[in-house]
Design a binder for this molecule. Structure first.
Ligand code: AQP
Length: 325
């Protein structure tokens, strides 16, 4: 099965990006044809510093590699290096109803968050995302919960195209992780963990052990002191339990048993150690990759070449079907 997914290079990727998306990718690449993209064209729809963008792209690539994405098995590349993404997005815009786009939760949230930056690119973001997926005729898209609505729209757009111009695109399915599809903010467990939020609210994959410990120890918890999973009554502690469970593979009831009679403080201390230890190889690998820019750039270049070959074939067919050639 061909699989596509991507991440915006908008700075320090966090444990939510890892548990919601990247961790699934590692397993999927073993038995599928995977294409993992660094979606820089999506990154520029919210405020950004052009001087930082290339650094963020290399950092995101380093994270993919440090996490275990294997360039021998998967295609890794930067979206803007394959021009067909922008072109297909434009063509798909001509069949996407404005009403569908106005319903998108991410657009509503981001336009509230960046009141002075509500641009047409942000509004059309889901069409570009549909283009990303359909360009490779991907059958499945592993993402976190927040992107589910966008994949659903990609299905609608694929169906519309096929009905209007003839069958080309499969309707892509979302692959959501069973647990961890929405890791919540450490400072407000009712909100999703987000890179563009307060740094205290998220654990970046390259945070120092001291920062990780500080952030977890001061994470918002709930009234009471029992370490019990209950998303409605105890969203803070439940979020921390989810992270503990995903990083240790220990079932949640067993963790609850382990911390029975102990308070939040003991649990948080243990969680901080789990996270620090889990992320240690990431920090090590990233340091190593920082000195190997040429190697990382070479992976991206080769990835773009492979991606382009698939993209060109799709676009040729799209042109024919739409009467453009
Ligand atoms: N909190 C989360 N829990 C689980 N999965 C998450 N993802 C994002 N946040 C969480 C998943 O990570 C992948 C990449 O996301 P993205 O960087 O492309 O954009 P995003 O969803 O907008 O992530 P952020 O952190 O909130 O970034 P900013 O602040 O830049 O907008 C996606 O699969 C997403 O579902």
């Amino acid at each position: 099965m061909r699989i596509f997914s991507g991440i915006r290079p908008t700075g320090g990727l966090h444990i939510g990006n890892y548990l919601g998306a990247i961790k699934q990718w590692i397993a999927l690449q073993e038995t599928n044809e995977c294409i993992f993209c660094i979606v820089d064209l999506h990154a520029i729809t919210t405020p950004y510093d052009p001087k930082e963008l290339q650094k963020n792209i290399l950092e995101a690539t380093a994270i993919y590699l440090a996490a275990g994405i294997d360039p021998e098995k998967s295609i890794i590349f930067v979206q803007s290096e394959v021009k067909e993404h922008s072109e297909l997005a434009w063509l798909l815009e001509t069949i996407t109803p404005m009403g569908e786009l106005s319903r998108m939760t991410q657009f509503k949230e981001k336009s509230k968050q960046y009141k002075d930056y509500v641009n047409a690119g942000l509004f059309n973001y889901p069409v570009l995302m549909a283009g990303d997926i359909l360009l490779y005729r991907a059958k499945a898209v592993p993402v976190g919960k927040d992107q589910e609505q966008h994949v659903e729209l990609s299905r609608t757009i694929a169906r519309k195209f096929n009905q209007k111009f003839g069958q080309i695109f499969p309707e892509p399915e979302t692959i959501l992780p069973k647990t961890g599809a929405k890791i919540m903010s450490l400072t407000d467990p009712k909100k999703k963990m987000s890179k563009s939020d307060d740094p205290k609210s998220c654990i970046s994959l390259f945070d120092t052990p001291e920062d990780i410990t500080k952030k977890i120890m001061s994470a918002e918890t709930d009234s009471g002191k029992d370490v019990i999973y209950n998303v409605t009554k105890k969203p803070g502690i439940s979020n921390l339990l989810t992270i503990y469970h995903l990083l240790t593979d220990t079932p949640i009831p067993e963790i609850e048993k382990q911390f029975k009679g102990k308070g939040y403080g003991d649990f948080k201390k243990a969680l901080a150690k789990v996270v620090v230890d889990y992320l240690e190889p990431f920090r090590r690998k990233q340091k190593e990759l920082q000195t190997r820019d040429v190697y990382v750039k070479d992976i991206l270049e080769k990835g773009a070449e492979r991606a382009r070959t698939i993209a060109e074939t799709t676009m040729k067919e799209v042109h024919e079907k739409m009467g453009l050639s």
